[in-house]
Design a binder for this molecule. Sequence first.
Ligand code: FES
Length: 153
Amino acid sequence: MSAALKNQTETPDNDFELTGDDHPDSTFELEALQPEAEQPAPLQAELFLPESNPEQPEASPQIEFDGMQKPLFNVLLDDGREAHFQHAATLLESLEAQDVAVHYQCREGYCGSCRVQLQEGDVYYAEEPMAWLNEGDILPCCCIPKSDIKIKL
Ligand code: FES
């Protein structure tokens, strides 16, 4: 560091004055040396979750057929946790909304990443999934329960 910088003093208006042998009476404005502050780019994340909690829908007219409510099914997990299924579009959405983490990738029945073991009960697929399923496996990303179920993650 030069002797000139050791002798810098702050003046009113954020100006700095350097004094010494190298810089006699040099004054500059600090703002002129700093580039304009850049606004940080907004964070963007790709989320697959719906914006609202599918298991706690906002009050809105529920479509009912002849006064029937959507059935409520219990979802038991092999580790003792309990969840339920009523309003969500898929079992995976429902479990995520209830803080049950299930590994997934495609969310459309192609990859098999979300595969879990169905120990009790039955599920329904609107479309037959493409992923390979072993006996007793289900894909929560594209099925809904048809009864109370018990699954092993
Ligand atoms: S996440 Fe790919 S099959 Fe379920």
